[in-house]
Design a protein around this ligand. Sequence first.
Ligand code: SF4
Ligand code: SF4
Length: 346
Amino acid sequence: MFDRVIGKSDLTDSLDNLAERYRVVAPVSEGTRYRFAEIDGARDLDEGYIPTALPPTKYLRPPRENLITFAWDDEIQVEPVFDQSDFILFGVRPCDLHAIRLLDEIFDREKDDGHYQARRLGASIIGVECLEPCDEHCFCHAMGTLEAAAGFDLLLTDAGDGYYVRVGTDKGRQLLTELSGAREAVYEDRRRLRKIHARRDQAFEPRLDVEGSQIPALLADSNDSLLWDVLGEKCLSCGACTNACPTCFCFDVLDDLGLDLKSGTRYRTWDSCQLEEFAMVGTGESFRQPRDMRVKHRFNHKGRYLVERYGMPGCVGCGRCGRDCLVGIDPIGVFNQLKGQPVERR
Ligand code: SF4
Ligand code: SF4
């Protein structure tokens, strides 16, 4: 058993020490919003944050990521680009830890994507449990993502005067040596943790009228719902929802050719299924030209296709998309309307 308990001032000192020696990324506040950014010490971070505008997964799959450099003279030379730098990702919430598990499944185990694997290998992830809902948009409890059993190296739980620290990996066990002042957890600490979890579970009132596990079936039954027409009328096709989503992973691959026309960089950038050109083919047709088709696709991709393919939630209930949508398209409202209304069929 490696669980530890660390006092709050000891954790502050440990973070200051870590930030002196490593790149540490953590949530910081910016006006009324929050974002993950590099910090110089514990004074920079805001541990009471609600989900950041962009998810922490942006450090594992950045908005723009160089894949190869190329050049040719007599013959072509191609060099792959891998970012293998070590960093600590501190303060990741359980919903985002579930998102990281899904990305690991896709990019590491299924696709064997070396660029993702290099960044993932360099990341040490320290999660922080949520003890109350972030705001009215989150629904992690319904999606089964309020608890995280994996995806972290260390997981902290606020226990009042200190933090209970759980270890998820060997890397996490190594990280324990960086937590000065931490002591081994004893029976009383574990009892206290169970009480904290019981209180937490009471704090998360149900927000969905459907069980998370029933969402794939609900979506399959709602293929012809008129609600998609209504949402298609409202949606601006701005792509803000997919940019904010920790489990969205679609990308475009482009070349940046140098002025010498003999060298350049191939990179990938985030793409969005909510943009009209996303499903456009070379001859100009778009397979999802109507907006309602694109909105329906997004909800099915999150709530159904990913679950069917990987057996884990494709939507982790972080609420970012609902929080950011200018016209108020929020998964809580969408799932509840699909469930509750005798929706007219097309
Ligand atoms: S954020 Fe809202 S308006 Fe923009 S694409 Fe997503 S659902 Fe449509
Ligand atoms: S679909 Fe929305 S609520 Fe679900 S994980 Fe993505 S951003 Fe979060």
